[in-house]
Design a protein around this ligand. Structure first.
Ligand code: F0G
Length: 366
């Protein structure tokens, strides 16, 4: 920042003037001058080079992470929710409802609070990371923990929205994907081109379709000359897109993507086909290894589901063309799920140390 910028904050960069993604990408979004914009200034998240991860690939490639865990509620869902809640408000809705593995509920609750709407959320009892539950509760949503998995919750909220005056804000709401596509715009704006590969975790299969829509719209507008291969990664015990069939009892440590019957299955298949991409499965061990590697080698803390994109890249590394640019999407912040971080790190944690310099020095090996 120049001395002049410091004296006059009005002349600061685009980043400091950021007014949220609806403001930034208005021509590409289905909003009008009369749409009440409900925003927490989401978007504009960093695209961080991760050279240690690139070095693991063993050939010359550039790898970046799109750290969407830095959104206001700590996940990419904020991109979708600013649009979904603004449009719900525009239509006169007074309440929103969603099923969630955690992040959607946090974002829905926050944006509903911001917009003056009531939020109702259904979550699978016992399978939502602590931080996400804390968020939904504090933002003031009515939270119902259901004795069933995400797919069961989703079936109920769909019917609730059909029968009662509540707007469904899961990713079958088209405005969700409209908001989420802006992350693709940001990547192209930063790189000056689309990446060769986009690696992304897949659960309900909305986000992969949203990114593809974003890249295609930018391509059509002449903002990029190529389109990425869309590489979707699911957890092995919860991989309906890979298996080609519904999984009735999905299991994975990555609770955010513990989904057996993805609502956006069709558009995700179309995305993989159109982009010559694929769906592949990564094991919980691969996810945890990537989760730890990203934190220890690069200082980046994502949640386990997000690490599936890095785990997937590692699994498929022999297939990446030399010279390629790869972007891995880190969909959620690691702070969402402190339990997993504490249970699955390999760091020495010394407890019960005496409160003396001598004891600490001894522990440190001096
Ligand atoms: N990563 C994280 C951190 C998520 O929370 C989700 C989905 C995904 C990836 C997968 O995205 O569903 O668009 O394929 N979470 C939803 C929720 C299901 O309820 O928070 P997707």
């Amino acid at each position: 920042m120049s001395a002049r910028d410091l004296q006059n904050p009005q002349t600061t960069s685009k980043e400091t003037d950021w007014q949220g993604l609806i403001h930034a990408y208005r021509p590409y979004l289905p909003v009008s001058d009369t749409t009440p914009v409900v925003t927490l200034l989401e978007g504009n998240t960093p695209l961080i080079p991760v050279p240690s991860i690139a070095a693991e690939i063993g050939k010359q490639v550039e790898v970046f992470v799109k750290y969407d865990g830095l959104n206001p509620t700590g996940s990419f869902k904020d991109r979708g929710m600013t649009m979904a809640v603004s449009k719900a408000k525009e239509a006169g809705a007074q309440a929103v409802i969603c099923a969630s593995t955690g992040n959607t509920s946090a974002a829905a609750a926050a944006y509903a609070a911001r917009g003056g709407l009531q939020a109702f959320v259904l979550i699978p009892d016992g399978y939502v990371a602590l931080g996400k539950l804390a968020q939904a509760l504090l933002y003031g949503a009515q939270v119902m923990a259901i004795q069933g998995n995400f797919d069961a919750c989703f079936q109920i909220v769909r019917e609730m929205a059909d029968r009662y005056p509540v707007t469904l804000v899961n990713s079958v709401n088209p405005y969700r994907l409209e908001g989420q596509k802006t992350s693709a715009f940001e990547i192209v704006d930063r790189l000056g081109e689309a990446p060769d590969w986009l690696c992304i975790p897949v659960g309900n299969a909305g986000n992969i379709s949203a990114y593809w829509m974003g890249f295609c719209q930018y391509h059509a507008a002449g903002r990029c000359q190529r389109l990425p291969k869309m590489m979707g990664f699911q957890a092995k015990g919860s991989a309906p897109m890979v298996l080609g069939e519904t999984v009735s009892n999905p299991q994975t440590i990555a609770t955010a993507i513990r989904i057996g019957n993805p609502a956006n299955r069709k558009s995700a298949i179309a995305t993989a086909e159109a982009s010559q991409g694929e769906f592949n499965a990564v094991s919980d061990e691969e996810i945890l290894a990537a989760y730890r590697m990203l934190a220890r080698e690069e200082g980046i803390f994502c949640e386990p589901a997000s690490a599936a994109s890095i785990a997937g890249l590692m699994q498929q590394k022999d297939r990446i063309p030399t010279g390629a640019k790869v972007v891995c999407v880190l969909t959620g912040n690691g702070l969402k799920d402190p339990d997993t971080a504490i249970a699955h790190n390999q760091t020495k944690f010394q407890k019960g140390v005496d409160p003396t310099v001598e004891a600490v020095a001894q522990q440190m090996g001096f």
